[in-house]
Write a protein that binds this ligand. Sequence first.
Ligand code: ADP
Ligand code: GLC
Length: 468
Amino acid sequence: MEIIHISAECYPVAKVGGLGDVVGALPKYQNKLGHIAKVVMPAYETRFMRENEFEVVYDGWGKLGFQDFTVRIFREKTNKLGFDLFLVHIANFTDRPQVYGYADDTERFLAFQIAVLDWIAQWQHLPDVVHCHDHHTGLIPFMMSNCIRYRKLSAVPTVLTIHNAQYQGQFGWDKLHYIPSFDTWKSGLLEWNGAINPLAAAIKCAWRISTVSPSYLDEISFKANGLENLLAQERGKSAGILNGIDNEVWDPSKDQMLTKNYSIKTVDNGKKANKEALCSVFNLDSTKPLFAFIGRLVGEKGADLLPDIFYNTLHQAHGAISVLVLGSGDPQVEGRLAALKEVFPGHYNAYIGYNEQLSHQIYAAADFLLMPSRVEPCGLNQLYALRYGTIPIVRRIGGLKDTVVDIGDGGFGICHDQTSIWDVEHAMGRAVHFYHDKKLIKDIRKIMMQIDHSWDKAAQEYIDLYQI
Ligand code: ADP
Ligand code: GLC
């Protein structure tokens, strides 16, 4: 099959979170199965653009309402990611350093979607499936099946993967003229709660829908930021497919970002060396259990509770634990987490910002990784933690529930039921208790590292989903 993935992120070109990891890996594994999977994404002004070679495959122009824009599409020349990568450059829209966060994100991603469809509509051989990821590409299924301009594409099946239903990309009806013309009686397909809602439109129009874990599929019928009824209604065409991880990128025995590589056989010494190196950089005591948090500092991740949790646990522990945070997001949470450095020097540290290399080093060095998420459609951090022999402490929700089994139930992680200060503190208390049982930790690390979360299985599940 020929599969075209369309996404706002793709690692290592541009990554904000797990969406980038998924789109940077899934197509590679689909290709390994003998299919032809390609990725189309915006050409941001990132290091990847500056450091790689490209050829121009398309020059054209598009229309966003009354505004014309020029489009140039580049193909990465060497296929170094394991799939064909196409980058869509739209002057004044995509040529910026950040992926999201601009006042005109609606216009940027609409222009991108229109440019992509204008290009695909010119192809002689049409793809077998167009696979869209999240709301930034959510108008594509609607436009392919309804816009007069894309009539040629109306028989091409579309699939939407919902990585996170919290974000929907809504905008006002005053911007309706941005969308290429269609029969106006179909405008109900774009509507949700009085606005144009790209995620809702995709849920209605895509031929198939997937969520990134089976539990999240169950949960969104009850909690999906206003889309519950719609998702419950479209359940018949939906599937929950658990994300995989790219074992070639996330491999402690080969990971060049680590101080010392290690395998299942050498995990104890390997983790010790990485922990000592990291603790010396961050002025932490490497003889104490090291708790880490990596992620976006937002409510979904339970990040607002972290300052209180760390204050309480560090206060009560009297120097018996070390804590390291890597993250960025809500400025207030950032400020509170940074301020704790002064309160617990030598026991607590935080890097506020995004740092890919540091994230790898923390997965390798930490003893425990905290994920007290309120919403976690899949979560990749816990999967990386498992692969690096780090015990995940997770709230039982979404993908966390599907991938982590509590030690008390014969598993390898620490689970709690609520995103509450008390639950997390209690879980950390259990962790400290386990930490002193060296044999248990040794055995659990071996069990965790053997779990296979590679993309091989999920890549095939997507192929099955495409058989429409
Ligand atoms: P989400 O996509 O909701 O943020 P995931 O668990 O699916 O959550 O994926 C998060 C990804 O982003 C992981 O690869 C994680 O290591 C990475 N990440 C998150 N925050 C940072 C950060 N501040 N620095 C480096 N990597 C980060
Ligand atoms: C989203 C979700 C996260 C998931 C990721 C990749 O960002 O919040 O749980 O792992 O997408 O699918």
